[in-house]
Design a binder for this molecule. Sequence first.
Ligand code: ADP
Ligand code: MG
Length: 409
Amino acid sequence: MAGSVPTVSELFAAARRRYEQLFGGDAPLIAVCAPGRVNLIGEHTDYNQGFVLPMALPLVTVVVGSQTCGRDVTVVTVTEDADEPHRVDFSLPADGAPLAPGLPRWANYVKGVIEHYRAPPVPGFRAVIASSVPLGGGLSSSASLECSQGGFLIISEMEDDGDKVSKALACQQAEHSHAGVPCGIMDQFVSVLGREGHALLIDCRSLEATPVPLADPGLIILITNSNVKHSLSSSEYPLRRRHCEEAASAMGKSSLRDATMKDLEEAGDRMDEVTVRRARHVIEEIERTVQAAEALRRGEYKEFGRLMVESHNSLRDLYEVSCRELDELVSVALEVEGVYGSRMTGGGFGGCTVTLLQAGSIGRTILHIQSSAFLTTAEGSSNNNSREAPQDHKEPQLSPRMLNLNSSD
Ligand code: ADP
Ligand code: MG
């Protein structure tokens, strides 16, 4: 890891210490964690009932706490970059009245999960949350928060896959109803069903999730956080969804999953040019994701990398959800020998890129990205990263921050 990310045990220890400080020295009785994820390919396909290929990360959210006798709930987040009050106190409504969303906004993820776990009734509790998933960085801190909170409320160690699917669906509903984000199922699914050493090919229509082996010591997956988040993301996401629905309906399909490029060509004159481009990205990306999973199974990393680059270009040019910083990170990574492919990951307009490369190339890839990326930062950009050259590539002072998933440092 370039930059410091706490381990899972360090997170648990920090959350436990905070809990004991806050609640009179009592040790918490329940401790649960759930991971964030990186999507390797299959972007903006989940809400079109297509395929996605994410993997769970060693970046996690932990919840520690204990039940109480009454109906009062206190939750504290120790996550540094939560820019709202870190503590929330509320009472669980009696008589089945709904638990309404409110402020702080982050607590709505917790409230939403409580709301969707009402039978049997949830008792009062005190909890502390800590996370190593960057907030709003496209690595799904929100699903890892929901799924860890869901685990905290269920408190069952014997979940089978059916229970896990129900948990993921309840957490997705929580994000819809209480955070107001109409997300697909990918984030919650991989957070609860992800398996070590595997990516997860998820069919977002049938909800079938198939593990795809990804544990080659010669391979590295590098995540680079641009540390930018452009405000466009919240307004553009619903717009993209609407365009997809309009395109599907113009082709007489229930979703873009059922549409082909031939359908799009035939129905093209019933849609505006922007809608056609959005639909083309989704139709081709669904196909690319299936091909990429096959390439991964066969160990064809060059082919996988080629599909990643195609995916990025399509997100940039057809779906128009990339941004200058992500484009720059991708093109700089692709300059390094031994890099198979690179692309933006997550919803876009900032957040992270994911890069697949040969293990032997990791040092020079990190150095090259650190010394090249964002040197052309424009005045007035939301990126306020330092432009200084890195002093030491093990402890870089400048963004982007990088996580090498196959490395222990
Ligand atoms: P992503 O899921 O890609 O990180 P989202 O915008 O979907 O980005 O979710 C980020 C939001 O989730 C944060 O702004 C915050 O409200 C909430 N959140 C996630 N993790 C935490 C945490 N550990 N503590 C407090 N809030 C959190
Ligand atoms: Mg999210």
